[in-house]
Ligand binder design. Structure first.
Ligand SMILES: Cc1cc2nc3c(=O)[nH]c(=O)nc-3n(C[C@H](O)[C@H](O)[C@H](O)COP(=O)(O)O)c2cc1C
Length: 416
């Protein structure tokens, strides 16, 4: 009976355990989680989402306060076009987080940064360019471009000295999106080094419409593998979304995938950035507590626990301090929903808003985005005497994926 560990992910000269822990913003996939993946011989991700905010919390910088100070005159103005990020500060925050992570890396694995392009930050092109370049400057092993993937993104770093040696990957959910990206990257003779194929059961934002139930990961992976073969591309394919056991992973590796990307099972590890009480919510969740909704101002469907504090909240937008979802002209769907309600008789009278303030709630770990399989997490640990669930270590979950057979899930050693 095959185990994940019977396979290796080949990236150039390197041979890795074919397990990737996916990026989870905002600082849910922490430095500590990524370091464990690398130590154990796989790939871990940190996330580049809201890094000035994350840096303040981790390194006691004052990026958020400084931005707020510069823009506080716009607090009451619904037009946020002037509320820009300082690009030097953005680069500095990115460098701090990436350099700290890379300095602490040990072991044979790699650490990548997940870059959500949908964080348009009121200046999509320049802020993305700065984030990508600063991550490369600070020594990141690779960059995974995700939600909002833009066909021209590779070009933004084409003149960077590390453009050809850093690993660059993309996340797609269809052959169509992949085909478009490959056509564009062919123009600058730089194909992605790996392709994450994310299906409809993943956590975070989904690359599907409200018809996500009609799609399934195995079919999309088979189509992608067939497409790459027909175009004679030898790019490693990494399926993601709903892969819960080592045996699930082996099924994809048998199909021809090079590795798998997982996240949900690591949300309840000690190294994950969610607060402990939120981890307990993830453990406790039943299938009926999980929904895919359209509350994210990005316009993409997002999966979350429906009783999280973000849902139904009517918080004042904090674009002067955050503003990560402002498009290039100072607009965000939450801002519009909020000011629409204010104009229509007041925010208190509004029954609910169509969108949530993702910046504010992600910053406070109040938007509990999660994968479809979250309701199975309670089966991966022990129940303690007080009724809570025993948190896991990232090493335990990693090794369970690596060595388990027959869909078995190893429970942790009981706590003393
Ligand atoms: C809590 C959480 C947050 C996530 N945030 C992001 C993100 O910021 N960017 C991204 O590209 N994917 C994000 N994802 C998707 C994961 O990186 C991964 O591809 C996917 O969830 C794998 O499926 P699984 O969770 O069923 O194992 C997130 C997933 C979870 C569970």
């Amino acid at each position: 009976m095959k185990r994940l560990d019977d396979y290796r992910l080949k990236l150039g000269e390197l041979e890795l355990v074919p397990l990737v822990i996916g990026g989870m913003g905002v600082d849910i996939s922490t430095t500590e989680l990524a370091l464990e993946a690398a130590r154990l011989g796989g790939i871990g991700h940190i996330s580049d989402a809201m890094l000035p905010t994350v840096a303040d919390r981790r390194f006691h910088t004052r990026f958020v306060a400084k931005k707020l100070e510069r823009h506080k005159l716009h607090l009451l103005n619904p037009n946020k076009s002037a509320v820009q990020f300082d690009l030097d500060e953005l680069a500095e925050a990115t460098r701090l987080h990436v350099a700290y992570t890379m300095e602490h890396k040990h072991g044979p694995g790699l650490i990548f940064i997940n870059c959500m392009e949908k964080l348009t930050m009121n200046n999509p092109r320049d802020t993305l360019r700065v984030r990508l370049r600063a991550a490369l400057d600070a020594g990141i092993d690779g960059i995974t471009l995700s939600a909002g993937l833009h066909l021209g993104s590779f070009k933004l770093i084409a003149d960077h000295p590390r453009f050809r040696d850093a690993r660059l990957g993309i996340i797609v959910s269809s052959v169509r999106a992949l085909n478009l990206f490959l056509k564009r990257s062919a123009r600058i003779k730089r194909h992605p080094d790996y392709i994450v194929v994310e299906g409809p059961l993943a956590g975070g934002h989904l690359g599907f419409g409200p018809d996500w139930r009609e799609h399934d990961l195995k079919t999309i992976v088979a189509e992608v593998l067939q497409f790459l073969r027909s175009e004679v591309f030898a790019i490693p394919v990494i399926p993601a979304g709903g892969i819960f056991t080592g045996t699930d992973a082996v099924e994809y590796l048998e199909m021809g995938a090079a590795a798998v990307q997982v996240a949900t099972r690591f949300t309840v590890t000690r190294e994950c950035g969610l607060p402990d009480d939120v981890k307990q919510e993830y453990f406790r969740a039943g299938e009926e507590d999980i929904e895919v909704n359209l509350l994210s101002p990005t316009g993409y469907p997002m999966r979350m626990l429906k009783h999280c504090p973000a849902v139904g909240s009517k918080t004042r937008p904090h674009c002067e301090a955050y503003g990560y979802l402002l498009d290039g002209s100072g607009r965000c769907a939450y801002l519009e929903a909020y000011h629409g309600a204010v104009a229509n008789g007041g925010i208190d009278g509004a029954r609910s808003l169509e969108k949530i303030c993702l910046c504010t709630h992600m910053r406070k770990f109040q938007c509990w985005t999660c994968g479809h399989t979250t309701y199975r997490l309670k089966d991966t640990t022990r129940r303690l005497a007080d009724g809570s669930y025993q948190p896991l270590t990232a090493e335990h979950v990693f090794r369970d994926y690596q060595f388990s057979t027959d869909h078995r899930i190893a429970l942790p050693e009981p706590e003393p």
